[in-house]
Write a protein that binds this ligand. Structure first.
Ligand SMILES: [Zn+2]
Ligand SMILES: [Zn+2]
Length: 128
């Protein structure tokens, strides 16, 4: 099977990923493509590029990547895969800290609380 290449950084993406049933973002740059209406259904007509805008912390302590579509602005949360690049994850965490107040409030309104603490992010990524 030919690997698909990333919509953003163009690197070939292995189809199988550790820790997730289906891969929905690039493990190197973490960008994604808007193909799902609901998780995993591949029904969205949008096909816009989804930028990783920050890391969110779920109540159970799991970190999620927050993606926002550059075309329709839809925001979605996605699980981190076992082979996601750690430096890229930390870059996204930093990006989330530097989002405008307006954008942070927009995310809060839909129940997404950004992880703005580097130590917590690192502990969640490597602590267990
Ligand atoms: Zn990529
Ligand atoms: Zn979209």
């Amino acid at each position: 099977m030919r690997p698909i290449s990333c919509v953003s950084c163009k690197k070939p993406i292995p189809r199988e990923a550790l820790g997730t049933a289906h891969r929905n973002h690039c493990p190197f740059c973490l960008w994604s493509k808007h193909v799902d209406e609901h998780r995993g259904d591949r029904k969205a007509a949008c096909q816009g590029l989804m930028e990783p805008v920050g890391l969110a912390l779920k109540k159970d302590g799991e970190l999620m990547i927050v993606h926002q579509c550059g075309v329709c602005q839809k925001v979605s949360k996605n699980r981190i895969a076992g082979d996601d690049e750690e430096s890229a994850l930390l870059e996204v965490q930093e990006k989330g800290m530097n989002l405008s107040q307006e954008k942070k409030e927009l995310l809060q309104n839909i129940g997404i609380i950004l992880c703005e603490d580097r130590a917590i992010a690192e502990e969640s990524l490597w602590g267990k």
